[in-house]
Write a protein that binds this ligand. Sequence first.
Ligand SMILES: [Zn+2]
Length: 131
Amino acid sequence: MKKFPIDDFQEVVDDVLVRHRSILDILTKLQESTGKINRAVAKSATYCGCIKIHGEKQEVPMDASYSQLKKYMSNHVQGELCDICKEKVEHELASNFFYLTALCNVFNINIEDMLSNYNEQLKALGKYGLL
Ligand SMILES: [Zn+2]
């Protein structure tokens, strides 16, 4: 599969974003699209039922090392998104990324450079660099 050039995407977003070019529109649309992601995931559980969300306290043995934590931590999702729900979640994620890209464009932030820098930070700091 050919890699998707993110620079192309930044240009396309810049070309097609006509109505909501104001930073105020971009910020509020970005936030709105995040809410739509949450709604799509919630509806997968409550309306479709292809997934169940079972939140509970994470149980980690007292003697577990930091490097072992990952295997004890649950994402609290049971099942998998069906094709319809996955398509909806992907659509909302893409829309979110569209407005995130628009925000980057306003400030002349190159996404590939930004992610490359962040990737290097993550690799250098490892698990201690996470928020
Ligand atoms: Zn579903």
